[in-house]
Design a binder for this molecule. Structure first.
Ligand SMILES: *[C@@H]1O[C@H](CO)[C@@H](O)[C@H](O)[C@H]1NC(C)=O
Ligand SMILES: *[C@@H]1O[C@H](CO)[C@@H](O)[C@H](O)[C@H]1NC(C)=O
Ligand SMILES: *[C@@H]1O[C@H](CO)[C@@H](O)[C@H](O)[C@H]1NC(C)=O
Length: 695
């Protein structure tokens, strides 16, 4: 550093004109006299010492700056001419002067700081407290001044009443004046202190102030007495000492949270009391924000007790008599006789007992007597009301209705609901079966329904159930009609019938798979299956207990095993036995084969005869004779029933003359049967022609 500066200086020597001295501030040091830690009142001197090297000749101005507590603004600044020492005096130092100091020398563009120096001034002035009065009454204010004027800076003053701080204020002027309000009779001990830079001063002198009680306490009095009887007039007074007659104060009469009278000064409170006026009364004064109270209890005895309304008997049914009674039980015998109290009964706020009345009322229960009943008891100036009572005549049950809750499935338990449209709760319900009680239920409200479990084994048994209802001891139970409801017979035995018979199924004919659901109740759903497939061939739901599925013009591919299943509302699927059939070759095919064989045989015979006898000619009528053995059908042969005969011929099924109207239709089974009609007449011929042509 030093070497660099020297180099720079040498450079200047050769390059610049010698109008101004070249210089270097080598060192700046701060000294504190007499010490860094001193007592208050000491004359402190801060000395800033600088070492400056220069080339001689004209030197620029020196500026000394003094700083405190690292603040950017200088505390003190002084300009000189080439003086290497500068003093800054702090006479009569105070705590305020404590802090961290630093000085700085500025010459031209150059600046150099000293080291820092921590200065501590010990000791603070003891503050002084001055008050204007030393004797006051409760709530009065004293003017208090706290002084510490020898200190400098901002002081935070604190005033105390005993050990409790009562006021705080900061000041730059070395003192604070305030008004302190003194409450409660006692000797108050006031003091003050202050804080500067977190240093706390000693406590000031303690000033005692005598606080005298404010003797404005009122004196509550009752006339005629604190124990009275309802209807008496009570007067309440709140007098205060006459010496306060001309003072400004407020005076209230209070009971609990209610201000009965806001201005009781030169006044009183008067009331005709009731039992509810019993309680604590309070006179309250306020002066100089001081409140004084006096309280006393007033007891108001009942002249007669609150009347009680009773309705008997409890739970009256329509049409039955009932009584309403209104009575007070206790009477202040010193003031009244029992017969001086008059009673009135009200229903829905209308008087029901006009005129003189001894406390009782009789009527027959009905809708007109329903309502809210109250009554009152009264004498000349007192009236007392009873509690409100609701009266409602009960209604007898109506004839109950019996019904099933859900569907009834034979052999499964089901639910029976018994219900009376009218009738007051609670209602007793009894389920009856064949005139014998089976079960009881006590219904307590509208949503509490009498539901019973039951079961039947035959359809007609459903009518064996009845129920009865009652809600009054004095009236007989009412019986419902017999239960009536549709009964679902579940599907149980399912059978599959094949028409024609399984051993007589011939290709080209129609086959009917008739599924029978026994005595299951319709609607019944049927599914037909062919063994080996889970997909039903056909599904349908019908209103009868059987149904047919038609396989029309069967071929050998239709041979197989079939079954069906059925179910209804009351049951799951039930399966039939499996029926197997094989579709057989048509009879005409067998016939053709036989005919060819016979022809061949005949030809052989003819050839043989020719050969043996050498006769000529063939008898063609002999060939026709083969067919003539099968005579034309009679009308009856179109009947389906005939198909069950052992030797049914194909000609009988594909009967050209068969009348469709003569095909027997099983009543209620299925119209599919009508499809079992013969082919049109011409078709039979074509069929023959087609089949015989290629042969
Ligand atoms: C401080 O200086 C003042 C005058 O500058 C002088 O009167 C006083 O006596 C000095 N105080 C002390 C303690 O030296
Ligand atoms: C009034 O009566 C209440 C309850 O009995 C009691 O707590 C209260 O102290 C009484 N007040 C006076 C003033 O005696
Ligand atoms: C099927 O219902 C009819 C009446 O619809 C009835 O006569 C017949 O007995 C029932 N079949 C069986 C097996 O119950």
């Amino acid at each position: 550093m030093q070497a660099t500066r020297t180099c720079l200086l040498l450079l200047f020597l050769f390059t610049c004109r010698e109008t101004q001295s070249e210089f270097v501030i080598k060192n700046v040091t701060l000294f504190v006299h007499p010490a860094k830690e001193v007592e208050r009142g000491t004359n402190l001197t801060l000395t800033c010492n600088a070492q400056v090297s220069h080339t001689g000749g004209h030197l620029p101005q020196y500026t000394y700056n003094f700083y405190k507590d690292f603040k950017p603004k200088e505390l003190h600044t002084q300009k000189t001419h080439a003086v290497e020492q500068m003093n800054f005096s702090i006479p009569d130092a105070r705590a305020f002067d404590s802090g961290t100091y630093q000085c700085e020398l500025v010459i031209d563009q150059q600046k150099e700081n000293s080291q820092t120096a921590d200065v501590k001034v010990k000791g603070l002035q003891v503050p002084e407290l001055i008050v204007d009065k030393q004797r006051v009454s409760e709530g009065e204010r004293v003017s208090a001044t706290c002084r510490a004027e020898e200190e400098k800076g901002s002081l935070l003053f604190s005033f105390k009443d005993g050990t409790k701080e009562v006021y705080r204020q900061s000041s730059e002027s070395g003192h604070v004046q305030t008004l302190l309000q003194l409450r409660y009779a006692r000797i108050a001990r006031l003091s003050c202190s202050y804080v500067i830079d977190r240093l706390e001063s000693n406590v000031s002198n303690v000033v005692t102030v005598e606080v005298q009680e404010l003797d404005i306490r009122p004196n509550i009095t009752f006339q005629p007495s604190t124990e009275v009887i309802e209807g008496d007039t009570v007067q309440i007074f709140c007098p205060v000492d006459s010496k306060f007659q001309n003072s400004t104060f407020s005076l209230w009469l209070i009971k609990g949270r209610d201000i009965l009278k806001p201005d009781m000064k030169n006044s009183h409170y008067s009331k005709v009391v009731q039992a509810a006026d019993t309680g604590e009364y309070e006179c309250s004064t306020k002066m100089n924000s001081i409140t004084k109270t006096d309280a006393q209890n007033l007891t108001v005895k009942e002249l007669f007790s609150k009347p009680v309304l009773t309705i008997t008997p409890v739970g009256v049914f329509e049409g039955q008599p009932f009584n309403v009674i209104c009575k007070s039980s206790n009477f202040e015998s010193k003031r009244i006789r029992q017969d001086e109290v008059k009673y009135s009964i009200y229903r829905n706020e209308h008087l029901v007992t006009p005129g003189a009345f001894d406390g009782g009322y009789r009527d027959i229960a009905g809708t007109h007597t329903d309502g809210n009943y109250t009554c009152n008891a009264q004498t000349k100036n007192i009236i007392k009301w009873s509690q409100l009572q609701i009266f409602k005549a009960k209604t007898l049950v109506s004839r109950p209705v019996i019904e099933v809750v859900d569907k009834v499935v034979l052999g499964h338990p089901f639910k029976i609901h018994c219900r009376s449209e009218k009738g007051s709760f609670p209602i007793n319900y009894t389920l009856i079966r064949n005139h014998k009680p089976l079960n009881h239920y006590l219904s307590l409200h509208k949503d509490d329904q009498a539901v019973f479990s039951a079961d039947i084994t035959t359809k007609d048994e459903i009518h064996a159930y009845k129920c009865k209802a009652w809600n009054s001891q004095n009236s007989p139970p009412l019986m419902s009609e017999a239960l009536s409801a549709p009964v679902i017979v579940p599907v149980k035995k399912v059978s599959l019938q094949v028409l024609p018979r399984p051993d007589q199924v011939i290709e080209g004919t129609d086959v009917f798979l008739i599924c029978n659901a026994g005595n299951g109740t319709p609607p019944i759903s049927f599914n037909w299956y062919r063994l080996g497939s889970n997909m039903p061939l056909k599904s349908k739901t019908v209103q009868v207990n059987n149904s047919a599925h038609n396989l029309s013009a069967v071929s050998s591919e239709d041979s197989g095993t079939y079954y069906c299943e059925a179910f209804n509302n009351g049951s799951a699927q039930s399966q039939s036995d499996k029926v197997t059939f094989t579709v057989r070759m048509a009879h005409w095919k067998i016939g053709v084969i036989a005919a060819v064989c016979l022809l061949f045989l005949a030809l052989s015979v003819v050839v043989l005869i020719k050969y043996r006898s050498k006769r000529v000619g063939v008898d063609r009528s002999g060939e026709a004779g083969v067919w003539s053995r099968r005579p034309p059908d009679t009308g009856d042969s179109g009947d389906v029933v005939d198909m069950e005969e052992a030797n049914v011929e194909y000609t009988e099924v594909l009967h050209p003359q068969a009348d469709p109207t003569r095909v027997p239709l099983k009543k209620g089974t299925d119209t599919v049967y009508s499809e079992l009609q013969t082919l049109p007449q011409g078709e039979v011929h074509d069929y023959w022609t087609d089949r015989n042509g290629p042969d």
